[in-house]
Design a protein around this ligand. Structure first.
Ligand code: WT7
Length: 662
């Protein structure tokens, strides 16, 4: 799309939102954006090679750029060597960045600690030394199970410093989920906290690690390092468990970084797929880090004077890339918040922006929807009641943002003077894929607009053939890029099958989302997952994972099917259709079983996966060949009955039993 065309055709729909203080920006206008896209298209290897040389600090330069010989297992900058923590920390020492604040950390009770790059460096070195003392070596896996805070960032970088591979598990995940990840990765150490402080309560965390280990088969865990968030006592096993005070505080504040190959795994991050077992997505060092830094410059126009606030937890890819690696590689100042932004109430968000003079606010549509609701209730929750004039850029990720919420955010929070950057990406892509360039790409409410330079995004049909604009299809990325996931941990075959399916020719990366390009602008609109993956408040959940958790209540449950249902606050909600073993139960029993089912899911996966709606019936609707008719269940859950689907049912009345919601 040319700029003139977009502007000529769509003046009424497109919003040109200039960016303040953009004198140093990489992109001046759409022409410079298009020029970079062309450069990437024409000579991709030269393009990426130039950027990798310009933006990363190498211990040993690379001589080859892309190795395709084992496609789809690509290798980038293969013979180069570097260290990710050096690129995020050491490289800023001796510059004006050294004594600049890297992190303003705000606890749930409003206490703020400001950590400079120098202090962060020293804390990372101390923790890295402690891990070394415990025998952790390059290539070992270290599991991080920490509440949101600066300590999590320190832990990730300490692993990177010694070449250990970190595996961050969101602290909201259960002991069972933790156990699965401990076993799958064979982690030798765990970094956790005694408790986490959330929503006015202290919740034990170390005890969860003990529960996970008690499930068996975790003899490889030789060290558990416990950060004492509060004075609360925690269960200790001598010789294995250590407090920070014992093991970390006395360590030297220097630790020689381990230089690793560009393709050395930096981390494994688990995410849900369409089958039961979560996928251990592997990212490597150089390509991932390059994109983390570049997207800070391109999508956020990050400047030395910026104060960046991304509300994501480090347990997700957004936290990895836009809390830890991106902001630090770019030398930015950022805000990290303990607990949830909405506790004690919605005013915390506005107060935080005001207090730290946040310039760049990156959050999730689900939080925006909650803020809209709160703002309508009382003035103290309304953004207008605060001085938010420091803001220059707004952004969101995780789910489609509807045009109404987009406009509210743009007008009430940004006062029409902050570009809204709707970023589309995934755990597997490492960083942003489709996103407007702030101040440059004309915006359309609810659209993530166009791919970043170097991202070869195409919409294809089921056979891998490109679809014309205006016609929906599968979102694929047709050329490799440095930040792409390299494999699934110890499961190359599943990686190939999940992301490079033979039906599409075996070379296209299949994102798992449907998408369509606007007929006039060519802008992308993401239409949602095409597989059995749900998106609840921006959290990715596998329906089969939830189904197996529910089936584990096997004294009561005969059969289950889980589908997603559109929800005004969480985007999508989990809806479970359950057939009980006993057919003669009353309402009281049903209610009690529904409660047990929810507890079961919270225990097996996480409270975020609990079904909002549970429906009991005597049989699941099935095709004559015995397949559960999910599409029918989805439309039934939404209150629609599709005549066409029902006609293939042997007994159309099976659905009526599911009418009551628990
Ligand atoms: C899935 C990836 C929380 C970090 C990003 C999520 C959906 C993500 C958008 C967006 C519409 C989006 C997709 C994608 N998604 N961003 N801007 N518009 N949908 O990472 O947990 O790996 O989930 O989130 O369905 O496939 P993730």
């Amino acid at each position: 799309m040319s700029n003139e065309r977009a502007q000529g055709l769509l003046l009424d729909r497109l919003i040109n939102s200039p960016l303040q203080h953009a004198s140093q920006s990489v992109f001046k206008d759409m022409t410079s954006y298009e020029a970079l896209c062309k450069e990437a298209q024409k000579e991709p290897e030269l393009f990426w090679s130039r950027l990798a040389q310009e933006h990363l600090q190498w211990d040993h330069p690379f001589s080859h750029v892309l190795d395709k010989s084992h496609a789809p297992f690509y290798r980038w900058f293969d013979d180069g060597a570097l260290n990710a923590s050096v690129n995020c920390l050491d490289r800023h020492l001796g510059t004006e960045c050294e004594h600049k604040v890297a992190i303003h950390f705000e606890t749930v009770d409003g206490k703020v600690t400001s950590v400079t790059y120098r202090t962060l460096y020293e804390r990372v070195c101390q923790l890295a030394n402690a891990l070394k003392e415990r025998g952790v070596e390059k290539g070992d896996r270290v599991l991080i199970y920490l509440p949101m805070g600066d300590e999590g960032v320190v832990a990730m970088l300490a692993c990177a410093r010694i070449g250990a591979i970190h595996v961050v598990v969101f602290a909201g995940f259960s002991a069972i989920a933790l156990h699965e990840r401990l076993q799958d990765t064979g982690a030798v150490a765990v970094i956790t906290a005694n408790v986490q402080c959330r929503s006015g309560r202290e919740l034990p965390l170390k005890a969860g690690v003990d529960d996970a280990i008690a499930l068996g088969g975790c003899e490889h865990v030789g060290t558990i390092l416990v950060y004492e968030r509060t004075a609360t006592a925690w269960p200790r096993q001598e010789g294995r468990d250590f407090s920070y005070a014992e093991l970390v505080s006395q360590q030297p504040t220097e630790c020689a970084p381990v230089s690793v190959s560009a393709e050395h795994p930096l981390f494994i991050l688990y995410t849900s797929g369409s089958t039961g077992k979560p996928k251990g997505v592997v990212h490597t060092t150089a390509g991932y880090l390059l994109w983390a830094k570049l997207t800070m410059l391109w999508s956020y126009d990050i400047q030395p004077s910026d104060v960046f606030w991304c509300t994501a937890d480090i347990g997700w890819i957004t936290g990895h890339t836009y809390v830890t690696y991106g902001p630090l590689a770019a030398g930015a100042t950022q805000v990290i918040m303990e607990g949830v932004p909405l506790y004690p109430d919605a005013s915390r968000v506005w107060k935080t922006i005001q207090r730290h003079a946040v310039t760049t606010f990156y959050t999730a549509p689900t939080l925006i929807r909650a803020l809209i609701k709160a703002a309508a209730q009382e003035d103290v929750y309304a953004p207008e009641s605060y001085d938010l004039s420091s803001l220059r850029l707004l952004s969101s990720v995780g789910e489609p943002i509807d045009a109404t919420a987009w406009r509210w955010f743009y007008e009430h929070v940004g006062h029409g003077r902050c570009p809204y950057v709707d970023t589309f990406f995934q755990t597997e892509t490492g960083g942003h894929v489709i996103t407007p360039i702030p101040g440059v790409t004309p915006l359309v409410p609810g659209s993530c607009t166009l791919p970043l330079p170097g991202m070869d995004v195409v919409i294809v049909d089921e056979a891998g053939e490109p679809r014309p604009w205006g016609q929906g299809g599968l979102l694929v990325i047709a050329s490799p890029w440095p930040a792409m996931a390299r494999t699934l941990w110890r499961d190359d075959e599943r990686y190939r099958q999940s992301y490079f399916p033979e039906e599409l020719g075996g070379t296209l990366y299949l994102a798992g989302d449907g998408a369509v390009r606007d007929e006039d602008t060519g802008y992308f609109r993401i239409t949602g997952r095409i597989d059995d993956v749900l998106n609840v408040s921006g959290h990715r959940l596998g329906t089969t994972e939830i189904e197996s958790a529910l089936s584990r209540l096997d004294h009561a449950v005969a059969e289950v099917a889980v589908v997603g249902q559109p929800d005004p606050s969480t985007g999508e909600a989990v809806c479970a259709f359950v057939v009980l073993k006993k057919s003669d139960y009353g309402e009281e029993v049903a209610r009690q079983i529904a409660q047990e089912l929810r507890q079961q899911v919270a225990r097996d996966i996480s409270p975020i996966a609990k079904p909002k709606f549970i429906r009991f019936g005597s049989n699941l609707p099935k095709t004559r060949s015995g397949k559960v008719m999910r599409r029918l269940l989805r439309s039934f859950a939404q209150g629609e009955k599709e005549a066409q689907d029902i006609s293939t049912l042997e007994d159309p009345s099976v659905l009526d039993h599911f009418s009551v919601i628990y």
